[in-house]
Design a protein around this ligand. Structure first.
Ligand code: NAI
Length: 794
């Protein structure tokens, strides 16, 4: 074709990126890689390898070690051995290593981008301009946190050895999201890349060698799900950080339930892309291209559900189809390609299967008439319209270039549709009205909301999900917290399990001629005292065995009623922080007025001295949380583009709280006030030792303007109630502060809706000491951060 002809057609010619340097590196290793353990390449113990291929051609790229339990064990041992010296470094020294990693990533950026594209199939335009620059930015940003660690996180210490498991959609970027905060906080790492895309993690191992990172600080073990499973179950790993499917996330939660491993899960999504009639439609369509066709739609936060206001639906669909007709799908190393190859055949088949299912359920499938290569794993950009909100393609993560479109009429309907999913990772809102956009953003159950933009990420801004999209954040201050623990907590001794007096009551010591029962309490549900469904109660005895009163034996039905009441009281979370503070002050005031009588009653169980301390410190604690209610607020991030990201702290929702046994009043207020001051509603199970505290508490609450349903109290057998709470799918989190078995049960049974579990891990907490019994650690668990991104300027 002559230049003139080319000029006339304006067709793109091929513009392939040169892969030679990446290929030369593979050849240097004879296209065969062991694990990277203790600073060296090590052959797999079992001698097993698997292949990784270029999905755009099917050609084999390299053979990679399949990690066994033995390999994982070697890597964990190396990480453990490296830990003391790594932690003994000054923050500045660790910062220098992170800085060196960032510099080296930058220097090798083209090599890494090409390797990523070869192994994953994503367009070079994306790996070159998005993935790798974000990797470098992540290490730079965290070099800064490493430097400031002691100043910014006093009283916190590293978890220890962390196991990290990452997916194949952003291989090196996910590695950076995992390794940078772990190293910055003084942990050592064993990372397992995904089996489809191990190469850039191995390239990163080379970079670790180049900067002379101390051996064992970063170890890379390659392999499949079995290798990941071995890492998750290794007894000497202190924390697991995982990104991948919700299904595997659940398996990890379950597998770690009996351990003290801290976990963070970044799971799937089915994110809504909401376009209002007043949106700038052309920009919205461009946003949509990024939202669902970026990385072939294999993005956990892909805007895979298009929600269009009905009035513009027709016009918008035409615009989208016009734009789809201009997308270019083909060899990912071509610099002018928009859509590359799907990572693996199983994924391609999965996408096709889901699309077929959607069509069978009534969706209309439209694909542009653009050339799609016949060789390699390609799936054309696809638009499904007339999708029913309950259809599989509206509910399940497809993880492919497939958009499911639906309509809505009002903002309220948009919010309802958007939240009609088990996920809660991200959302986009397009409207030229800032009022509409922010009003809707506030109501969306999602960890990230992009207003008039999409798929923006930055190391300074936390990323992570609500609901079954997982828990924990990556990026920003909150991301670092996932790799830290309060120093006192890490060193706290385990509570020795002592049988509760209630289970083995000593003989009554009092004169039987004196009437013993002086107090009977009820449950407290929806602001009212309620009889238990079972009609049974349990005896409550003093330390000396005297019968003090009766407390109801709450059951499943009572918990159900309490959850309903708590849900109805959700407007508490929307009350102003000032309003919540006032109510808490009022609670403190009313408790203060009744301090003598409450202490006198409590002293029968815990002794006079402790009872008085519990009441007076309890009052102080409530005061303290009232004070914090309007101070523990969010932040405004300034990512390096023309955006602000509002990091808003939102309540988790409804929390089931298992109160500590030995401090019936102070334990209760320490946990419940932390939860409600941030706007959560609560179902609290008071100490089984002294559930009669419920009688005093509900009188205090009733006189304090606390809206009914914000705090519900169910007395009964802690273990039975814990089980019901943990299994209840309409509870968002469990705070278990009883014993070790309680913590394990809470974790194991909470996998249904992937509740967040916050627990004492069976360790003793000194509730009388404000440094342990109150503060940020609790508040951090009482909120989830939503980042709302807002562009500014033209
Ligand atoms: P996956 O969740 O199975 O794989 C992610 C990582 O977990 C890989 O490194 C894998 O080897 C590892 N893994 C698998 N089973 C494990 C186990 N039992 N214990 C520990 N680690 C384990 O995801 P997969 O099968 O590659 O993709 C399936 C679907 O998952 C996709 O279609 C997509 O819907 C979703 N997905 C979501 C991602 C996200 O970022 N949210 C990323 C990847 C997949």
């Amino acid at each position: 074709m002559s230049i003139v002809e080319k000029f006339m057609t304006m067709e793109y010619g091929p513009a392939p990126e040169d892969p030679r340097e990446a290929v030369a590196w593979l050849d240097l290793h004879e296209r065969r890689f062991g694990h990277f353990i203790n600073g060296n390449w090590q052959a797999p113990a079992a001698g097993t390898y698997f292949e990784t291929a270029d999905p755009s051609t099917g050609e084999k790229l390299a053979t990679v070690a399949q990690g066994s339990m033995e390999d994982v064990d070697r890597a964990v041992k190396a990480a453990r051995a490296a830990l003391p010296a790594w932690q003994a470094l000054t923050p500045h020294a660790r910062a220098r290593y992170l800085y060196a990693l960032a510099r080296q990533v930058q220097k090798h950026s083209r090599w890494l981008a090409v390797l990523e594209t070869l192994d994953n199939g994503k367009p070079i335009r994306e790996s070159r301009d998005i993935d790798i620059p974000l990797v470098a930015r992540h290490f730079y940003h965290h070099a800064g946190w490493a430097q400031l660690l002691d100043q910014e996180f006093p009283g916190y210490t590293a978890c220890g050895v962390v196991g990290q498991i990452i997916p194949w959609n952003f291989p090196l970027l996910m590695l950076a999201w995992k390794i940078a905060p772990a190293l910055a906080t003084g942990n050592t790492v064993v990372l397992k890349p995904a089996e489809f895309t191990p190469l850039t993690a191995l390239a990163f191992a080379r970079i670790c060698q180049e900067i002379a990172l101390p051996p064992g600080v970063v170890n890379i073990v390659t392999g499949d799900g079995a290798t990941g499973d071995a890492l998750v179950k290794h007894p000497d790993v202190d924390k697991i950080a995982f990104t991948g499917s919700t299904e595997v996330g659940r398996a990890i939660r379950k597998a770690t339930a009996q351990s003290h491993k801290k976990i963070s899960l970044e799971l799937g999504g089915k994110s809504p892309f909401i376009i209002f009639e007043d949106a700038d439609l052309d920009s919205a369509v461009e946003g949509l291209v990024d939202g669902i066709w970026f990385n072939q739609g294999q993005v956990c936060c892909a805007g895979s559900r298009l929600l269009m206001q009905e009035s513009i639906a027709e016009k918008l669909i035409t615009k989208i189809q016009d734009r789809m007709n201009t997308l270019r799908i083909g060899p990912p190393l071509d610099k002018a390609i928009d859509i590359g190859a799907i990572v693996a055949r199983v994924q391609l088949e999965r996408i096709q299967r889901l699309v077929d299912q959607g069509v069978a359920e009534g969706a209309t499938c439209w694909q542009p008439s653009i050339p799609v290569p016949s060789r390699g794993l390609y799936f054309p950009p696809t638009l499904l319209s007339n999708v029913h909100p309950s259809s599989v393609v509206a509910q399940q993560e497809i993880f492919g270039p497939v958009l499911a479109a639906m309509t809505f009429r009002t903002p309220r309907e948009a919010v309802e549709l958007a939240n009609n999913t088990v996920y809660g990772l991200a959302a986009c809102v397009w409207s030229e009205s800032i009022n509409v956009a922010l009003h809707v953003a506030a109501q969306l159950k999602a960890g990230v909301v992009w207003v008039n933009c999409t798929n923006l990420f930055d190391a300074a801004c936390g990323f992570g999900g609500y609901r079954e999209s997982g828990f924990g954040r990556e990026g920003g201050r909150e991301g670092l917290m996932e790799y830290l623990e309060p120093t006192w907590f890490k060193q706290a001794p385990q509570i020795q399990a002592t049988p509760l007096a209630i289970e083995q009551p000593p003989e009554p010591a009092t004169d039987s001629s004196i009437p013993a029962i002086d107090r009977t309490v009820k449950l407290y549900i929806g602001g009212k005292q309620a009889r238990p469904d079972s009609g049974y109660s349990m005896a409550v005895r003093a330390a000396d065995g005297r019968l003090l009163g009766e407390a109801p034996l709450g059951n499943r039905k009572d918990i159900r009623n309490a959850v309903e009441a708590a849900r109805k009281a959700e407007s508490w979370g929307k009350a102003t922080a000032n309003n919540r503070a006032q109510v808490l002050y009022y609670i403190a005031e009313n408790l203060s007025q009744r301090r003598e009588e409450i202490a006198a009653r409590l002293s029968a169980v815990v002794g006079k001295k402790q009872a008085q301390a519990e009441v007076s410190i309890g009052i102080e604690r409530i005061f303290s949380y009232a004070a914090r209610a309007d101070k523990f607020d969010g932040a405004v991030h300034n990512p390096p583009f023309r955006n602000v990201a509002l990091a808003v702290k939102e309540p988790i929702g409804t929390i089931g709280i298992l109160c500590p046994a030995d401090t019936p009043l102070l334990g209760f207020v320490s946990l419940v006030m932390a939860a409600i001051c941030m706007g959560n509603t609560v179902i609290a199970i008071p100490s089984e030792k002294y559930p009669l505290i419920t009688g005093d508490l509900c009188q205090v609450f009733e006189t304090s303007d606390l809206p009914g349903g914000v705090v519900n109290i169910i007395t009964g057998r802690t273990n039975e109630l814990l089980k019901t709470l943990a299994e209840h799918d309409d509870i968002d989190a469990i705070w278990s502060f009883t014993d070790e078995a309680g913590a394990a049960t809470a974790k194991a049974l909470s996998i249904g809706n992937l509740k967040q579990v916050f627990s004492n891990e069976g360790r003793a907490i000194d509730w009388f000491d404000a440094r342990q019994g109150e503060g940020r650690w609790f508040l951090d668990h009482a909120v989830q951060i939503k980042n709302i991104w807002i562009p500014y300027g033209e």
